[in-house]
Design a protein around this ligand. Sequence first.
Ligand SMILES: NC(=O)c1ccc[n+]([C@@H]2O[C@H](COP(=O)([O-])OP(=O)(O)OC[C@H]3O[C@@H](n4cnc5c(N)ncnc54)[C@H](O)[C@@H]3O)[C@@H](O)[C@H]2O)c1
Length: 247
Amino acid sequence: MGEQRVAIITGAARGIGRAIAQALSRQGAATVIADIDDEGARRVAREIEESGGRALAIPVDVSVPAQVAEMVREAADKLGRIDILVNNAGILSATSIEALREDEWDRVMAINVKSAVFASQQALPWMIRQGWGRIISISSLSGRMGGVSAGCAYSTSKAALIGLTMSLARQTADKGITVNAVAPGTTRSDIIRGFNAEQMERIMRSIPVGRLGEPEEIAALVAFLAQDTAGFITGAVIDINGGMFMG
Ligand SMILES: NC(=O)c1ccc[n+]([C@@H]2O[C@H](COP(=O)([O-])OP(=O)(O)OC[C@H]3O[C@@H](n4cnc5c(N)ncnc54)[C@H](O)[C@@H]3O)[C@@H](O)[C@H]2O)c1
């Protein structure tokens, strides 16, 4: 590889996104730690720099397309190119259909789906120009089989990411770009604090391997998809869930 690859990871201030940024950094990429949590993003960028990597923190609310455009512009200005985009930022909603309100629906769709659409729109021209690119979106088991404890807005948003993945994969397959989705089952991170004890118990009972996933396990899969050797995988949804869903 010639120049260092540049990876943007949204929602990388903690949890799965942080682990993905660390894994891509170990794989040689310069990383953009993009998150609404500015302080957390700077902390992760510092961690990566301290372990010998190159990282840039960019504050962004991914639900606002203008901020997403600015994020990609700043990353390209400062690091010179965009090779890998990981659409990871997301929020959980465990609200039932009966209790769901329009503002919650709009927020979940804006943060979980609209973000990925417009980030991809902004990053793709760079990848097309370079003749190489990777877009990886973090979907969910909930988008594959309906959530065990997650609500319908969340499941819908994660299924929508799969549609987006297949659509973009078809449009870019002949351009050296792959577009894939990773669908984790319940993984140890702050997001699952949104489940109450009874919901967690229901989840734990439904995991055949008998434990939660670890952020590093999701990150290893994403890092693999970002490699040259994964160039024949596109438009795929890869399940990683301890056997909760076997499709
Ligand atoms: N943990 C799980 O069990 C699990 C399972 C399946 C899918 N996922 C998905 O994995 C992704 C990462 O989740 P996590 O478990 O690490 O959760 P997390 O809550 O620990 O991390 C989410 C990150 O996204 C950031 N974020 C939230 N809203 C944002 C916004 N508007 N703009 C920019 N950044 C924003 C947060 O600040 C945080 O750093 C999410 O898309 C989530 O839906 C998680």
